[in-house]
Design a binder for this molecule. Sequence first.
Ligand code: MN
Length: 196
Amino acid sequence: MAKRSTKEKLARYASKRDFTKTSEPAPVETRKKRKALEYVIQKHDASRLHYDLRLEVDGVMKSWAVPKGPSLDPAIKRLAVEVEDHPMEYNRFEGTIPEGEYGGGTVMIWDKGTWRYTGDAEDPAAALKQGTLEFTLSGKRLKGGWVLVRTRKVGRSQQWLLIKRDDKYADADHDVTEQFMTSVVSRKSMPQIGRK
Ligand code: MN
């Protein structure tokens, strides 16, 4: 369905009113369409199994490879290695990258949803530059507050730590990567996705 502008949506409201006479608000175009930002985690059985965390920033997916995957325990800091930005279309990719190709192996959409920036820096890009990205996830599996903190560079790899904030979604008793073994989209397991 085509997106209607705010003014189009409010045409009926406006047609009933003369705004030179009433002090009710006239419709204005909301330039800041605070569209929810996309979030995805893809489980990737490449040369080493890892979880790719991707957050939409300025039209691309900022990406981190998290070897052990996310933990809901705020006391646990998970290594997250910064990797190249991915296109937003990648968020819908599930399947198998041929062996011998870059990232060869099975990719599962392990979680998806939206995210919201909650930090003090002006915007996510500024926060990333400063090295601390605070955010809230509204995924099917992961929810609540998280933070990514930049640490050191090992060779050409910029390392970060992914940490769960202590909120009602924190859970020190369950390993969320053990709890959820299937795709949030197809419901398939890794072997089922890998099968031709
Ligand atoms: Mn990967």
